[in-house]
Write a protein that binds this ligand. Structure first.
Ligand code: AMP
Length: 157
């Protein structure tokens, strides 16, 4: 039964992967940009993507208070280097209360700069980072080595 479940989980991940487009040389020469918009445009595939991430959190048994995204408002900022440039992320100062358990979700991890920056931001507002989730991981960039928290990704390249 466990093997059957693992197989059907892999089939679900393979279906999600089949919706990801690779755009060569975007936004700069040499960058294989992973476009997940077709996932977002297909409600069934999008909801299964979220379900798989949620199932992972349930399996790990961590208690989560907050799922973190990118928010407006009075903010704390963090700048970092991207695979193809520089970026800044922000969090509302009041978005998280001290000691809340936060799981950070992003579409993709490349070098890990964004995820590491998000973890730093959360620690700045005294939250506990209990895990990091992404739909896509570019294994060849070894981004997870830049993280001190557990990372779970669905689709690997
Ligand atoms: P990084 O900080 O290098 O891990 O980059 C992760 C962030 O940049 C994610 O939020 C992605 O949206 C974006 N990103 C970086 N590289 C790519 C790529 N090859 N394809 C799509 N998005 C990317």
């Amino acid at each position: 039964m466990a093997a059957e479940n693992a197989q059907s989980k892999q089939a679900r991940i393979d279906r999600i992967k089949s919706f990801i487009l690779t755009c060569p040389d975007f936004p700069k020469p040499g960058i294989p940009f992973k476009d997940i918009m077709p996932i977002v445009q297909n409600p069934d595939v999008f909801s299964d993507t979220i379900a798989l991430l949620e199932e992972h959190i349930k399996e790990t048994g961590v208690e989560v208070d907050i799922v973190a995204g990118k928010l407006p408002g009075e903010t704390v900022k963090c700048s970092y280097a991207l695979e193809y440039g520089q970026d800044t992320i922000e969090i509302q100062k009041t978005a998280v209360k001290p000691d809340q358990n936060v799981v950070i979700v992003d579409d993709l991890i490349a070098t890990g700069g964004t995820m590491a920056g998000a973890c730093t931001l959360m620690e700045t507002v005294q939250a506990n980072v209990v895990g990091c989730l992404t739909v896509v991981e570019l294994d060849y960039l070894k981004g997870r080595e830049n993280l001190k928290h557990a990372l779970h990704s669905l689709v690997h390249y």
